[in-house]
Structures are given as C-alpha cells and as structure tokens.
Design a protein around this ligand. Structure first.
Ligand code: SP5
Ligand code: ZN
Length: 342
C-alpha cells in the first residue's frame, strides 16, 4: 500500500493544551507521526512518498474564505497584538449570539472561529495543516490513478475542522478534502466513514447538506464524550443532504464485537448509497489504552477492522486522525492497513 507522508507535520508542535483546568503538554504532537511511521516501516510498508503541493485549491471549496485567511494570518496577528504565548480562544459565540460576525479584534476572531478551546494555535500550525491537506489530496490522486488502497499519514488531524471552525486538534478537514478531490476527478458518489473515537463533527458540518458525500461516524456517545454537541443518531442530514448522514454513538467500554456490529451497519449504509470510493477517517483512539477515550479495542482488533473495510471492495483513501499516548498507536494503524491488504 502506498503511504503519503510529509515531514512538514513537525511544524505543528504546540507546547500547550488546556486540559482539566491546566495547560499541559498536548496529546497531539509530532511524536505521533513518528511512532506511526516507524511501525509502518517495521511492518514492511516501504512505498512512502511525499505529497505534491496543492495549497488551498481544494480546501477553498469546503471551508469559508474568511476562516482560511484567519488560519493563514492568526499567528502573525496574535503576536503583533503583543501576546507572547500560544493563541487560545477565550470567548465564543454561543446560544443567542444572534448577531455573531467575525470581529476585527484578534482575540474575538480567535473565539469566533473556534469550536473548542483545548487547541492552541502556534507558529507553524498553518504550514503543517496545509501539508496534511496536501497528503490527503495526493492520496486521492493516487486512487484516481488506479491504486486500490492509499494511506495519507496526515498530521495535524482534520475531522473536527468545520466549514469555519477549528478545534479538537484540527484546522483543515483532510478527509473532506480527499472526498472533494475524488469528486473533482470524476467520482459521482463518495462515502466518508469516520472510525475515530470522537464524532467527526467538522466533516459532518461540511457534508451535512450534500447528497454526493455520504458521511457515517462511529464514536463515543456525545452525552459522555467530546465533542459533546454533535454526533447524535437523530442527525441525519439537511435539505438535499437529508438521509446522507449516519451517526452511531456507542457507550463506554464498547468492545470489538459491539463495535463490529455498528461498523457493519455503517458499511451496509455506504453500499446502499452506491459509493464509488471510500474515505476512511482513521483514528486509533478507540484503543483500550487510549488516554482520552473509552472504547476497548485491542491491537488485533484493528486488523479485523481493516478486513471489514476492505470487504466493501471499494477503493479506499485512509486519512490519519486521532490516537494518543502510547506507542501501540503505530501498530494499531499498521494493523488496519494490513487487514485491508489480506
Ligand atoms: C482528532 C481527535 O481525536 N481530537 C480529539 C480532541 C479531544 N479534545 C478534548 C479531549 C477531552 C478529553 N477529556 C477526557 C479526559 C479523560 N481523562
Ligand atoms: Zn479522536
């Protein structure tokens, strides 16, 4: 399987994350991609290529123009405003902010474009996010060129990034960008399946009113898990997108057998939709030892997951999302890809 990887992920290296009332070392850091890359190499994956540079040519079709300009300029504007530490939003539009609009004040703008506040913005964040977007686009292009399965080792992740929102360690929605690229190159219907532990609220936001992208997400029940305010089963799409969104919230301690049943339901929905290609938002934070999540998947379960995905017989772009804390994340990712190749 071909793997798309850019060293530029290293430019996303925040020092702070707001967690439990403290600024801690972020769960999402460069070490994650290093562990994953090492495990892939150990498992014999050797076809590892750098992405082409695409800039925001695809992202511009999905994300708001003001938001993209914000991402590009926030660090410069933040430091010009006299702040010396990392950029953390403090004030967000909420219920009854009827007249919310992008303020000119940089501190206000930061909150306007945030959906959660654990994600500090730093020098280099934008550069790394664009590189991850390049990986997703290049992976889609290798599929269009005839590859069956391609893995984009994206970092920072993307599935919490909405039309005009960052948060949950995400800035540009790499999975939606891959799906859009497949459509731009001729696919009529693309499915995105999100198996990260957390609901893919950003991907849902971007695809909610579309009928050419079917979005399915398996995740910790938002009643008990981040991002809390999205991911309920009754969110089924809107307008022409009604019926093209499927959420599978699952309870604390979900083991592989219960997970597999939900996964097979999601795959059935994707087959019924008539997808021509599948984008998988792969988070391995469903692992039993993940520090911020509560499912109970084991390392061998990830190979079983890969087999279920490949049984769809669809071309698959797999895009890296979450998975934290322990070196096993690398082996868990490798196992998904090995399961696809069997
Ligand atoms: C891409 C991705 O996986 N993003 C996840 C972002 C989660 N950020 C907030 C985490 C809050 C976790 N709180 C659980 C504490 C468990 N001790
Ligand atoms: Zn996650």
């Amino acid at each position: 399987m071909r793997i798309i990887y850019s060293e530029d992920h290293k430019f996303r290296d925040a020092k702070t994350e707001l967690h439990g009332g403290e600024l801690v070392k972020p769960f999402e850091g460069p070490f994650r991609a290093e562990w994953i890359l090492a495990a892939l190499q150990e498992n014999g994956f050797s076809d590892i290529v750098a992405p082409e540079a695409h800039g925001l040519s695809v992202a511009g079709k999905l994300h708001d123009a003001g938001y993209l300009e914000f991402l590009e300029t926030i660090w410069e504007r933040w430091t010009a405003a006299g702040f010396t530490s990392e950029a953390i939003p403090i004030s967000l539009p909420v219920r009854r902010s009827y007249h919310a609009r992008p303020p000119k004040n940089i501190d206000g703008l930061l909150g306007y474009y945030a959906n959660s506040v654990e994600t500090s913005i730093t020098d280099g964040t934008y550069r790394a996010a664009v590189a991850a977007n390049d990986c997703a686009i290049s992976a889609a292009d290798h599929i269009t060129a005839g590859n069956r399965h391609v893995f984009a080792l994206c970092r920072p992740p993307g599935h919490h990034a909405g039309i005009d929102l960052f948060g949950g360690y995400c800035f540009l929605n790499n999975a939606a960008i891959a799906a859009q690229r497949l459509i731009d190159h001729g696919a009529a219907k693309v499915a995105i399946l999100d198996v990260d532990f957390h609901h893919g609220n950003g991907t849902q936001d971007i695809t909610y009113e579309r009928d050419d992208i079917f979005f399915a997400s398996l995740h910790g029940d938002p009643d008990d898990a981040f991002p809390y305010f999205w991911g309920h089963a009754e969110e089924t799409g809107k307008g022409r997108g009604e019926g093209f969104n499927a959420n599978f919230p699952l309870p604390r301690n979900t083991p592989w057998n219960a997970y597999r049943a939900a996964l097979e339901s999601a795959m059935k929905r994707i087959a019924d939709f008539g997808a021509e290609a599948l984008v998988v938002s792969l988070g391995v934070d469903t692992f039993e030892k993940d520090p911020i999540s509560f499912f109970r998947l084991t390392t061998p379960d990830f190979q079983r997951m890969g087999a279920v995905l490949a049984a769809s017989d669809l071309p698959i772009v797999t895009v890296m999302e979450g998975g934290y804390g322990v070196t096993e994340i690398g082996h868990n990712v490798a196992n998904v890809l090995l399961g696809m190749e069997d």
